[in-house]
Design a binder for this molecule. Sequence first.
Ligand SMILES: [Zn+2]
Length: 281
Amino acid sequence: METPTYRIHQIQTGAVRVHPQQVEGSKINRSFWILTSQKWTEWLPINTYLIEHSNGLVLFDTGEHPSVNEPDFYPWWAPQYRKMCQFDIHESESVVEGIRRLGYSPHDVRYVILSHLHSDHVGGISRLSKSEFVISEREWADGHRLGATFMHGYQKHRFHIPDYKYRIIHHVRMNQAGEFEKGYDLFGDGSLVIVPTPGHTFGHQSLLVNGKLPVCLAGDAIYTQTQFEREIPDGVADDKKAAVTTMARLREWSERNDDAPILSTHDPEAGVLLSKRNGMI
Ligand SMILES: [Zn+2]
């Protein structure tokens, strides 16, 4: 049987800039540079990815919400959010508008796989009421912990919406997960395998798209190709050691799959890497 191909589309939901210490890592305590750094990176994309799969549309992450610059978007008692990131996003750049531009209704999205629950990955959830959201059990638990908003960048009301359908998954040992050892096979056919990629957060997960030309959708497991090449954990990683192990596994997986691209959320090169891959199909 011929290996299937899946079309993957990048949908960019605006742009963000952060302090260089967040991308390049820092030996200094993170609270210190978050509050004092005056430097900003270039504008980085906030990517999501839509997969046209024979079993239905699958979205990976949902990007930022266009109302992020409204004064009451973040709680007043957590001023660090505004100190960490600046956003440039318009209504036309929301994930649902991106889905419409590709010729689909947001209601057509069957599954949304969430890499993790930080604000710029869950911003589109509120407008995707017909989808089922797939999240790791560790991330789900961490997002609900006391102090999660103040200390760890989680805003529960943005990702946990009453009456929505959530599939809280447990990664188990399976051959299809390759270097990652554990995984969750979404359709039971090995085509979309969700694997644990801890580091940025403890419950972070990525998606292996095992088509004719595999790609990995990696959320914030890496930020940019340069950071990935240098294998340095990002400056806000919850577990720096795990972040380095994750990057090594991503590299091994990529090499074993003919240099399959690792497409992250904020990598300015992700769009080019994806179009090259799509062009080869
Ligand atoms: Zn994040």
